[in-house]
Design a protein around this ligand. Sequence first.
Ligand SMILES: Nc1ncnc2c1ncn2[C@@H]1O[C@H](COP(=O)(O)OP(=O)(O)OP(=O)(O)O)[C@@H](O)[C@H]1O
Length: 648
Amino acid sequence: MTETQGNFELGIIQGSEDELDMEIEAAVVVRNAEKCYKVGKPVLSGLDMTVTCGSIYALLGSSGCGKTTLLSCILGIRKLNKGSVWLYGERPGTSGIEIPGRNVGYMPQETSLYNEFTIWETLRYFGTFSGMTEEQVETEAHFFESLLDLPPQMRRIGTLSGGEKRRVSFAAALISNPQLLILDEPTVGVSSKIWSYLIKLVTCRNTTVILSTHHIDEARKANMIGVIRNGLMIAEKSPQELIATYALNGSLETAVLNLCKKDSMVESGTSQSNYKRPKGSTANRRLSTWDREHNARNKLLQKSDDVKMAEIMNSEPEKASFLGGSVARIKALAKKNSVTLLRNPIEYDAKSAVVLGETWGYLVFPQNFSSQMYQSSVLGSNVNLSVLTSRDIIGRLDETNKHISSAIKTTLYKTQSDFISTLLSNCGMDPRRIQSSLRYQKPIFGKDDTDMREYAAPNLSLTAAFFFPIISIGLRFIDEKKCGMMERSLVAGVKTWEIAVGYLISECFVIVTQSALVLAVQTFISEITILGSVWLVFGLFVLVGYCGVSLGFLFGSICNEKMDFAIITMASFFPNVFVSGIFWPVEGMPEFVQKVVFIFPCALPSESLRSIISRGWGISHFNVWSGFVVLAAYIIVDILLTIFVYKL
Ligand SMILES: Nc1ncnc2c1ncn2[C@@H]1O[C@H](COP(=O)(O)OP(=O)(O)OP(=O)(O)O)[C@@H](O)[C@H]1O
């Protein structure tokens, strides 16, 4: 049986099915609700709940007692294992009540908003689902902007503070002016102004508000408090009734505490009081007395506040046809998908491109950059802080290569400054009115205050670790050749490759010691922090040392005189130092040099070293393993060439 009140149908639950023998005007009725996520551990175990129309109902209970679970079952997000839920006398989802649908506003515990949306787009998104026109959403959005003190509507959700996001989430739940409002733990967002607004909604619009909380203070202003304990609704009373029953002349806190104590004693069988655990429906009573009480209370509150109602009060959302509603919703969803796809990947890809080493940095332009730039140029020195910050271009760089990051910063700064002064001069304004709005955040890799010592020291050590063995082995090789020992050994049947392997083994101790020393100097004297694996750095230095040994063989086999050897070594030294990026980044070299840079034994290993030390990358990253591969290839090729030269 239904009865019309205001512009909404109220359910009158009647009857034996749920042991309700009296008529109540109920917005929400839950009977014998059972819900468990894990077998044998019920969250709700036979819970009853009755929320009358046009009231504020506070669902009070400790954390984890099942408030969110109950609300999600009411909303139809989850299914009860047993028991039933009625909304305005109908089952959730029944056509006509539009719950789920335009008649319910839900603010979940988590903010649950799209970070890529602006505030305006968020409100329009939820408004569209309720069949509101763009003009209606706009009117509402302006109303809530001032009621909830929201930031400018063009701000992206992702840039808002936690409190601001919660207020937007609140506005999204309220935007369509629903008959049933379910707020799951709105603690942070519910100021006294918002409470006044909720009370007005209840009194003027007959809206039903259910809010969950574990703060007794928050429940104080509600018309009815439902206390959940161990899966049961142990009381459903007005704050005054609770105090009168459980803490005569006391506070609501004491009342709830006493109630829980009594309930726990009953549960453990130690109770001596006349308190009885509610069995079946706690709302199995006529609510008319309570109704009268709360209406009188609301009238009082109504007089005392000055919160205005939203415009939509006079303009209901148009009831869209079945197909019309679907078309509008699909349109809104498709738009949402494109917006999140287009906005999200830009930032995501830009950042991941830096993280993967594909680019050196990215810039993020704020949503309303042009208009904020315009405003600040018009306002000049009168510009306020919020305008100043909302025209900031945020840059994030990989600052592991000092030359590159400095060049990027200088170029961007100069480009923007030149652009601003040209623009302002052309508009007849003083170019000094605006300064560059480029702000750099914490670098993705490296530090923004890296000095040359930190930047250059590891790569200089790498070059040194490469050239010392070349000189040492090459000179010894030439000496052996000159004194004829090499030939005698060869005549005695020693193979060239055996000579090479002999050197490689004997040099093992020297190279390992040299690598350990370099590492110790880096860490303790140069005070360089190695973000990646120390063993990887050590391995790289060992391989670089062996690469020097193998090149020493080759040069020693080619040259018969030390002077020739000195010339050939010096000739290879400078190109190798240049391509290691210490003085001149490879990226700034002519294109053909960039293409052949891998043939220099120090180029890619230098990049590997920088990536391990400053970026913390592992061997699986191309920039790291490519250096190891080049060194290994060099060692093999050098030894083969040396053997070939000797064979000749
Ligand atoms: N999807 C799930 N799977 C398994 N257990 C769950 C799930 N959701 C909730 N629970 C458990 O059910 C119990 C009740 O959770 P619920 O979120 O309803 O509590 P709550 O009263 O809303 O808590 P709070 O006030 O901290 O938000 C908790 O013990 C929780 O760990």
